[in-house]
Design a protein around this ligand. Sequence first.
Ligand code: IPM
Ligand code: MG
Length: 358
Amino acid sequence: MKKHIAVLAGDGIGPEITEGAVAVLKRVAEKFGHEFTFEPLLIGGAAIDRTGEPLPAETIERCLASDSVLLGAVGGPKWDSLPGDKRPEKGLLGIRKAMNLYSNIRPAKLWRALADASPLKEELVKDGVEITVVRELTGGIYFGERGRFGDEKNGETAWDTERYSVREIARITKIACEIASKRSKKIISVDKANVLESSRLWRAVVHAYAEKYYPDITVQDMLVDNCAMQIVKYPAQFDVLLTSNMFGDILSDEAAQITGSIGMLASSSLGDTKCGLYEPIHGSAPDIAGKDVANPIATILSCAMMLRDSFGLAKEAEAIETAVERVLEEGYRTADIFREGTKKVGCRAMAARVAERI
Ligand code: IPM
Ligand code: MG
């Protein structure tokens, strides 16, 4: 199979982790007889430095023409004082919107070899953790109207708006239902319906849609504050967690951390076509950038999701996941998951270990 992959390395540790992931994809191509080509493109702070824009038109064009996109991370202190619409993060939000990637899947799982890396007590995670966060990605407060105004009495005031339509809620509910029907058939839908009007619509549409089209699926509602608490109280109660854009951003970091390290969590973002965007859920970690200590596994696992979800290459995806599992079981660890008695390796070496085991 021939596939053309756009690579948006971005900032901070972005270049190292995408380099490691590309090495793994190259190994997959060699082993399974595929032809993958890679096209580096600018995004985020790196794009601002070169072109003055966080998302150059060429990047959008080339991503849309590719078979899928691999992204590292964006942002860093260097660009923190830029106005909102010129920040590196605007590049990431822009590419999600331009590619209409409304569905963001973030699987948080506790790897057997890393069970002791969870910050939760053993009794809380003994039943395992496997939470699939289904996050709406192109709506809500991230993309709502915003502004600032000022007056004498109050000084400056800033505002953002959370806004959701039936169409937006229904299409992400469909994705959650599809995933749940292959798993426990249970969805926990997160909202703040006791306060927010947009959440009341969210709740109503999720139920109406699921009841009509997926009658065998059970939907349970959970208020976001309670959900944040339940995730650390008894994570095994969650399977598919359906959320708005902002709640999913927050809860997926929390879910990731209880699995040991945010450096392990992959994600896929898809819309109505097979051309998706695959990225680790962690950020650019500027403090460790360029030191070859970052954990490339989240990005490598994102490539597995790309192979399965965009290219239909299930066997190849599994080969990556099994290789990661073996490397962890052999005791190799990057700094974020290192424990006494395991073998510490850098970013490049970790990616090489995984590639070797494919
Ligand atoms: C994520 C990140 C992004 C988000 C930032 C970098 C814009 O935190 O992918 O979770 O908030 O979506
Ligand atoms: Mg986030």
